[in-house]
Design a binder for this molecule. Structure first.
Ligand code: ADP
Length: 373
């Protein structure tokens, strides 16, 4: 957009036009009025004065009076011109400033009433500043709409997730009532399992809401991330052995000292390892690989499991997202673990990503943490 279309220059120009028109008309009117009236007004008095010099006082008064009238007339014409110019420039400013501002005010009131699909048309010819303001306003409305949609989706997800164990529990209770299930330890164990699942879900949701609200207090300190990884591997070893999965570590010989929260780092690693164990069949392999990369340490968990289709990769870290809805629910996953992990990694100043060559090709989850300076 050229400079003369910018709001700043338009404001200056509109003031300038009013002043310029006023001055120009005054100069023109003074010239015309005084030049056209002067000979007719002044000459007879000067002639009379030549004939009778005693008339000087009367002549002086008449001349001053005529001069005053001429100035008054030209100032009046200039004032009318300036007023017209002022009205015109005010109209232009009203179109440029007031109209889009009023539209935004009306629109924001409708947004406040819950109509999040409100947008204001980006005005043309109003300058960059106003157009940018409207664009930003629309972006804000869009973000609010997105948050609202997420909120609605979250509520529906939560109720959906809660329904699964509750339905299971109700089934057992009704079965007991109808004598379909016998009143024995096995039935109660199944019921306890459903309650555990419910508990886990509520705990997950609580943890997620805490990390999303930034309410997790981090205990940032310098520590060797390879040591944490070895500890997590040891912790996971019995489960891996039970599933005939080999665990491996590829870490540098020297310590990789990062500046982060060791417990939260372990939590992220445990989550990634649990996922790998959950989605890797027997005789598979899970490797933790740690590297130093510039100012960062990268920690990768690689498995030879079921892999992830390319179209699912962008959504993995969204809450409640599962690649395979039915299977994952049966295996106990709620789709929250990766969302929590991402927030924890973000809070520690890192990023987390997932790559996979596709179904059956295994997956690699990588996160980085800042190295100790
Ligand atoms: P869940 O509790 O369901 O595992 P997550 O947020 O941890 O939830 O993971 C989300 C989804 O990502 C999982 O349901 C699964 O479909 C997919 N996923 C996560 N890790 C792996 C992995 N190592 N291999 C294959 N798929 C995975």
């Amino acid at each position: 957009m050229p400079w003369y279309k910018r709001l700043r220059w338009r404001l200056i120009a509109s003031q300038f036009v009013v002043a310029f028109v006023g001055v120009a008309i005054m100069m023109l009117a003074t010239r015309l009025i005084i030049l056209s009236t002067a000979p007719n007004v002044i000459r007879p008095h000067l002639t009379a004065l030549l004939e009778n010099p005693r008339l000087i006082t009367d002549t002086e008064f008449t001349l001053i009076y005529s001069f005053r009238n001429a100035v008054l007339a030209s100032v009046s014409v200039a004032a009318i011109g300036a007023i017209l110019a002022g009205v015109f420039s005010s109209y232009m400013l009203w179109r440029t400033l007031i109209v889009p501002l009023r539209e935004m005010a009306d629109s924001s009131r409708r947004i406040a009433d819950g109509r999040y699909n409100e947008r204001v048309e980006v005005p043309e010819n109003t300058g960059v500043a106003m157009a940018q303001l409207v664009v930003n306003f629309n972006e804000m409305a869009e973000a609010l709409e997105r948050v609202e949609q997420q909120r609605v989706a979250l509520l529906s997800n939560i109720s959906h997730e809660l329904r699964t164990p509750l339905t299971g529990l109700k089934g057992y209770l009704e079965g007991l009532q109808d004598g379909l299930f016998s009143n024995n330890e096995e039935t109660y164990a199944w019921m306890v399992q459903e309650v555990d699942r419910l508990n886990r879900l509520v705990e997950d949701i609580q943890n997620l809401s805490r990390v999303e609200a930034g309410q997790v207090t981090l205990n940032i300190q310098s520590f060797d991330v390879t040591e944490v990884a070895q500890r997590v591997l040891a912790q996971m070893a019995p489960q891996a052995k039970a599933q005939s999965i080999t665990l491996a570590a590829e870490v540098p010989d020297l310590a990789v000292t990062v500046s982060a929260d060791p417990d939260r780092t372990a939590q992220v690693l445990i989550n990634l390892m649990s996922n790998s164990l959950r989605y890797t069949p027997e005789n598979g392999r899970i490797t933790i690989r740690i590297r130093q990369n510039g100012q960062q340490a990268t920690v990768a968990v690689e498995d030879t499991g079921k892999g992830i289709p390319a179209e699912a990769l962008p959504y993995l870290f969204e809450r409640f997202y599962r690649v395979d809805q039915s299977r994952a629910r049966n295996s106990g996953g709620s789709g929250i673990g990766l969302a929590i992990s991402r927030h924890l990694v973000w809070a520690m100043g890192g990023e987390i990503t997932a790559v996979s060559d596709g179904p059956g090709q295994g997956s690699t989850f990588t996160f980085n943490l800042p190295l100790q300076q």
